[in-house]
Design a protein around this ligand. Structure first.
Ligand code: AMP
Length: 592
C-alpha cells in the first residue's frame, strides 16, 4: 500500500515511519479480514494435520472451512482437560499442536477451582508482540508528543510452577515480561517506562511496587501516561501510595532505598536512579498528607494525558474511583486479550469507556462466533458464523482456533458487534459468561458461590441455625475491594463468639485458587464480609422485585446484586457485619 493511502485512511497520519508500517499492517489485515481468516485456518490445519487431535476427526488433510466446520466439534476446557493433563505430565507427542508446547499459560478462568492451563508454543510470543507493537502507533494518532516523556506503568510478574512433565506454568503476562521480547526491547522514544525491568521482574510484590512507585515519583514531571493492565491494579498502586508515602518521601529526601527492598538486582539498578531531592520529598509530604486525595494522580503527575487501563467488562465498576483520583482523565482501553490468544485492539482508544470497541485482528487466530440468544436453549444447533459474517447489533460468544492447538474452543466471552473498520467487525465486550463476582482477576460463578456458602453452612450446623437465603455484592468502595455476602439466618439471632467470622473464612477457603491468590499473594482482594440481615429481608426483596414487574411464579433470588435501591434495602436491614479473621490458604498450585 502506498503511504498516501495510509494518510488518507481513517487511521492516518502516522507519527513516524515505524508507525506508518504498523498502521499499514492494520489496514491490510482489516481490509482483507475474510481472506486472512481463511489463510489462518488453512495454515493451522495444515501444520497440525498430523496431531492426534485432528487425526481423530478424520480431516484427511483438508484445510478448508467447510470440512473443518462439519468435522470438528466445539469444545470447552473440560473437554480438552485429559489431553492437556497428558501434555502437563510430559507426553511430548504431537497431541494438539505439531509445534512443541513451550509452556502453559495459567488463565484466571478456573476449572474445578484451579486455574486453567493453556498450552502455548514459542511463536505465539511473536504474535503477541506483534499486537503490542500496534498499540502505540494507534495511540499516537490521538495524542501528540508521547515521545517527549515516559509512561508510569505498574507491571508485575506472578509466581510460576512446573508441571510434572517439567513445563513452566505461569500467567501470560509473566511469560511476556520475562521474555527477551520485553526485557531486551529496542529503545523506542514513544514507549519509555519509568519502571526499570529489575523492578517489574521482582517476584516480591511489595518490593516491586515500592520501586516502581519510587521511580514514578522521581520522574513525576516526565510522566505523560499512567497505567496498569486492569483498573484494579492502578487503584492498588494508589492505595499503596496512601500507605507508604512517608517512607517513599524519606527515601527521596535522603537518596536512599527502603531496607525492606532487598532484591539485589533492584538495589543495584536503583543506585543509578536514587538521588537526594528534598524539594520533591517536601512536595510529596504536602500532597499526600492532605485528607482529600481527589485528583491525586494529576497533582503528583501533572503532565498525565490519559490513564492506560482496561475499564471494560468487570473493570467498569472502578470508573468512578479512577475519575475521582484522576479528575476524570481519559481512560484508554487499548487491547482485548486472553491466555488462550490475544484478540485485538481498540482503534479509537481515547473514546469513552462505554463506547470502547475492539477490532479483532484476523491474523491472530481463526475466530468464529456463536449467536448468543439468552432466551434460547438451542445452543447446540446454533450455527457458528465467521468473523466477516457477524451482524451489527447482535451478540455472540467467541470461539477460537489457535496456532497453539485449540480448535473451536469456547473462550466464555460475550461480545456485541458495534460496527466495522474496513471489513473487520468491531466488538464491545459485553461480559464474561457465568461470572457473578469479580474484584481483580478473580472470577467467581454462581456454582462456586453456592458451594462456598455450603461450606460455611457446615460451620453453622452445631449452632442450630442455617442460611435461609443469601445474595452477594462486589464492594469496591474501598481499596482493595471485597466480597460481601448477605445472609438471612434461621432464627432471629446470629451465633456469637466469632462463629460468623469463621464462616467468612470457610467461604474464602472454598473459593477458587485465583480468588485465594489475589487475597493472599497479591493483596488485591480484602477480607470477605458476611452481613447478617434480619428475618424477612429476602421476602421484602421479592416484594420489591414483584412491585417492579417480576413474575411471582418465576422469581428467583438474585445471587448477586448491584442495583442501588436493592443495596439500600439490604443494608438497611443489616443486624451485624462480620469479616474473615485471617487469610485463606494459598500456595503455588501443585500439578498432579
Ligand atoms: P486470562 O485468560 O486470565 O488472561 O483472562 C482473559 C479474559 O479477561 C478474557 O477472556 C476476558 O474475559 C477478560 N478481558 C481481557 N481483556 C479485556 C478487555 N479489554 N475488556 C474486558 N475484559 C477483558
Amino acid at each position: 500500500m502506498a503511504v498516501d493511502s495510509i494518510l488518507s485512511s481513517p487511521l492516518g497520519p502516522p507519527a513516524c515511519e515505524k508507525d506508518a508500517k504498523a498502521l499499514q499492517f492494520i489496514e491490510e489485515m482489516t481490509r482483507n479480514a475474510d481472506s486472512v481468516q481463511e489463510n489462518v485456518l488453512a495454515q493451522i490445519l495444515a501444520r497440525n494435520a498430523q496431531t492426534e487431535y485432528l487425526k481423530s476427526f478424520n480431516l484427511d488433510g483438508a484445510t478448508d472451512r467447510h470440512t473443518f466446520k462439519s468435522k470438528i466439534p466445539m469444545v470447552t476446557y473440560e473437554d480438552l482437560q485429559p489431553l492437556i493433563q497428558r501434555i502437563a505430565n510430559g507426553d511430548r507427542s504431537p497431541i494438539l499442536s505439531s509445534h512443541p508446547v513451550s509452556e502453559f499459560l495459567t488463565s484466571s478462568g478456573t476449572s474445578a477451582g484451579e486455574r486453567k492451563l493453556m498450552p502455548t508454543i514459542k511463536e505465539e510470543l511473536d504474535r503477541r508482540q506483534l499486537l503490542y507493537s500496534l498499540l502505540m502507533p494507534v495511540m499516537n494518532l490521538y495524542v501528540n508528543g508521547l515521545d517527549k516523556g515516559k509512561g508510569l506503568y505498574f507491571l508485575f510478574i506472578k509466581s510460576e510452577t512446573k508441571t510434572p512433565g517439567g513445563l513452566l506454568a505461569r500467567p501470560v503476562l509473566t511469560s511476556y515480561y520475562k521474555s527477551d521480547h520485553f526485557k531486551t526491547r529496542p529503545h523506542d522514544p514513544y514507549n519509555i517506562y519509568t519502571s526499570p525491568n529489575e523492578a517489574i521482574l521482582c517476584p516480591d510484590s511489595f518490593q516491586s511496587m515500592y520501586t516502581q512507585m519510587l521511580c514514578g515519583l522521581y520522574d513525576r514531571h516526565q510522566v505523560l501516561r499512567v497505567g496498569a493492565v486492569f483498573a484494579s491494579g492502578l487503584l492498588r498502586a494508589i492505595r499503596f501510595l496512601q500507605l507508604n508515602w512517608q517512607q517513599l518521601a524519606d527515601d527521596i529526601r535522603a537518596g536512599s532505598l527502603n531496607p525492606k527492598v532487598t532484591d539485589p538486582a533492584i538495589r543495584e539498578c536503583m543506585t543509578r536512579i536514587l538521588r537526594p531531592d528534598p524539594e520533591l520529598a517536601d512536595f510529596i509530604v504536602t500532597e499526600c498528607s492532605k485528607d482529600n486525595w481527589e485528583r491525586i494522580i494529576t497533582r503528583i503527575w501533572p503532565n498525565t494525558k490519559y490513564l492506560d487501563v482496561i475499564v471494560t467488562g468487570a473493570m467498569a465498576q472502578y470508573i468512578p474511583t479512577l475519575d475521582f483520583y484522576s479528575g476524570g482523565l481519559p481512560k484508554a482501553c487499548t487491547m482485548y486479550a486472553s491466555s488462550e490468544c490475544y484478540f485485538g485492539l481498540n482503534l479509537n482508544p481515547m473514546c469513552k469507556p462505554s463506547e470502547v470497541s475492539y477490532t479483532i485482528m484476523p491474523n491472530m487466530a481463526y475466530f468464529e462466533f456463536l449467536p448468543h440468544e439468552p432466551s434460547s436453549n438451542s445452543v447446540e444447533q446454533a450455527r457458528l458464523v465467521d468473523l466477516a459474517e457477524v451482524e451489527v447489533g447482535k451478540e455472540y460468544e467467541l470461539v477460537i482456533t489457535t496456532y497453539a492447538g485449540l480448535y473451536r474452543y469456547h473462550v466464555g466471552d460475550i461480545l456485541r458487534v458495534t460496527g466495522y473498520h474496513n471489513a473487520a467487525p468491531q466488538f464491545q465486550f459485553v461480559r464474561r459468561k457465568n461470572v457473578l463476582l469479580s474484584i481483580d482477576s478473580d472470577k467467581t460463578d454462581e456454582a462456586e458461590l453456592q458451594s462456598a456458602v455450603d461450606s460455611a453452612s457446615e460451620v453453622l450446623r452445631e449452632y442450630n441455625t442455617s442460611v435461609v437465603e443469601y445474595t452477594s455484592y462486589a464492594d469496591t468502595a474501598t481499596i482493595p475491594g471485597h466480597y460481601v455476602v448477605y445472609w438471612e439466618l434461621l432464627g432471629s439471632e446470629a451465633p456469637g463468639d466469632g462463629v460468623v467470622e469463621r464462616c467468612c473464612l470457610a467461604m474464602e477457603e472454598a473459593l477458587n485458587s485465583v480468588y485465594r491468590q489475589c487475597r493472599v499473594a497479591d493483596g488485591s482482594i480484602g477480607a470477605l464480609e458476611i452481613r447478617v440481615v434480619r428475618n424477612g429481608t429476602f421476602e421484602e426483596l421479592m416484594d420489591y422485585a414483584i412491585s417492579r414487574g417480576a413474575s411471582i411464579n418465576q422469581y428467583k433470588v438474585p445471587r448477586c446484586v448491584s442495583f442501588t435501591p436493592i443495596m439500600e434495602l439490604l443494608d438497611s436491614r443489616v443486624v451485624s457485619a462480620h469479616f474473615s479473621p485471617s487469610l485463606p490458604h494459598w500456595g503455588p498450585q501443585r500439578r498432579r
